[in-house]
Design a protein around this ligand. Structure first.
Ligand code: NAP
Length: 381
């Protein structure tokens, strides 16, 4: 199967090199921007790929929604299988691409878009066919895991660990999507769509790690907790939930052993119980290996990752309740259903009674709109 590659950056180079050695696969033309054609195998127009009858499949590793979507739709309509590592594309246009692929009888797969080298979506898609997926999620963003781990183990401040993450190439020059939890949220959106056939677009909540301080970390460390940014999705009382937030876990929980920029994806099947997958969530070779896994899957007859007729829908994050650790100005502590309060100068550290996820996120938003500095993390005993 000849595979054209769109984009020749970090992942694109890896995909191209792996295609040279993969069983049953061979590299085709590679799309680069005009002005960047410095070898015969590179082309500068998508038409040269879409209209090439020798190209059987297209691997998109450029990023962004446009022109990636137009290129993907054109390739699928031309009867070519399509795989991508681009979570932004699948989160924005996945249902449309899935419909075109089914109509044309070709594949639309996107393992690499969630978890890098960790075969999370692939296993979720297999599991939902025979089991009921109760919940899923985990540590799906390596950059923030690297930062929280360094804050905890090296006692560094937020600004220092962010600088280190950028120097090591884990964080982008603009790290907003990682540290705000948006990157992890997009991944749990995809997982939810794979597990339940609903791509959540309304009611989603993401709290990142931007407001955590070295003092917060020292505080919960002294009480035997480790902080991780966790994406959570699942079904409860007939509804679907999906959100991202920092979570305090008791030292010894599986998530605490996920160090540096590693990922850990988890799902729970009604019959299978809890399944944990851990590995490299990003990077050239792990991500390229996930793209190649999809391409090899096509050779074995795999065609889709979403269930048929995947739809956009709303989630309800009032379905889940837990206690929260909240650091906020002392004067605002009374707004929370406190189980215990510790005060230090103008700052209060509150452990709340169990409360709805939606309620905590909404209270923090209101307080911040009023100018308050707030950090919160769910507490998982
Ligand atoms: N890197 C990872 O570890 C990783 C992990 C999981 C998923 N992903 C996803 O994989 C995708 C690629 O990531 P990456 O890290 O490889 O990015 P990258 O290093 O920036 O590579 C993207 C390449 O695509 C090229 N490109 C962009 N738009 C193009 C267009 N319209 N026509 C031709 N070429 C175009 C870029 O060229 P210019 O440089 O000229 O813009 C660049 O060479 C993204 O969707 C990302 O989210 C990456």
């Amino acid at each position: 199967m000849k595979v054209a590659v769109l984009g020749f950056g970090t992942v694109g180079f890896g995909v191209y090199e792996m295609l040279k050695k993969a069983k049953g696969l061979e590299p085709g033309p590679v799309l680069v921007r005009s002005g960047k054609k410095d070898a015969d195998f590179k082309v500068t127009s998508i038409d040269e790929i879409v209209n090439d009858p020798t190209v059987d499949a297209v691997a998109e590793v450029m990023g962004g929604v446009e022109p990636a979507y137009s290129y993907a739709a054109a390739a699928l309509r031309a009867g070519k299988h399509f795989v991508t590592s681009n979570k932004a594309l699948v989160a924005a246009k996945g249902p449309e691409l899935d419909a075109i692929a089914r109509e044309r009888g070709v594949a639309f797969l996107f393992s690499a878009a969630c978890g890098g080298g960790v075969p999370f979506l692939h296993n979720l898609a297999l599991a939902r066919e025979s089991d009921e997926i109760r919940s899923m999620g985990g540590i799906l963003n390596g950059t923030t895991n690297y930062m929280l781990d360094a804050m905890q183990r090296l006692h560094l401040d937020y600004a220092d660990v962010l600088r280190d993450a950028q120097r090591l190439g884990y964080a982008e020059a603009d790290p907003t999507a990682d540290v705000s939890g948006l990157d992890a949220l997009r991944k749990i959106m995809l997982a939810s769509a794979v597990a339940y056939g609903t791509l959540p677009t309304e009611g989603l909540l993401n709290e990142g790690i931007e407001s955590v301080t070295a003092a917060d970390v020292a505080h919960f460390q002294s009480r035997g907790y480790t902080c991780r940014l966790i994406a959570s999705g699942g079904k409860q009382d007939g509804g679907v939930y999906a959100y991202v937030e920092p979570v305090l876990l008791r030292d010894g929980a599986a998530e605490c052993s996920v160090l540096q920029n590693f990922n850990m994806a988890r799902y729970e099947g009604a019959c299978a119980g809890s399944i944990v997958l851990m590995g490299q969530g990003a990077g050239r070779w792990p991500t390229a290996s996930a793209v190649l896994r999809d391409l090899s899957g096509i050779l074995r007859g795999e065609r889709e990752m979403f269930p048929e007729n995947v739809q956009r829908g709303a989630v309800d994050n009032s379905l889940c309740r837990h206690s929260y650790y909240v650091r906020l100005p002392k004067a605002l502590a009374e707004k929370l259903p406190a189980a215990s309060v510790e005060e230090e100068g103008d700052v209060a550290r509150v452990l709340t009674e169990p409360m709805a996820v939606s309620e905590m996120h909404s209270l923090a938003k209101q307080m911040r709109e009023g100018g308050a500095e707030v950090f919160f993390a769910a507490v998982r005993e």
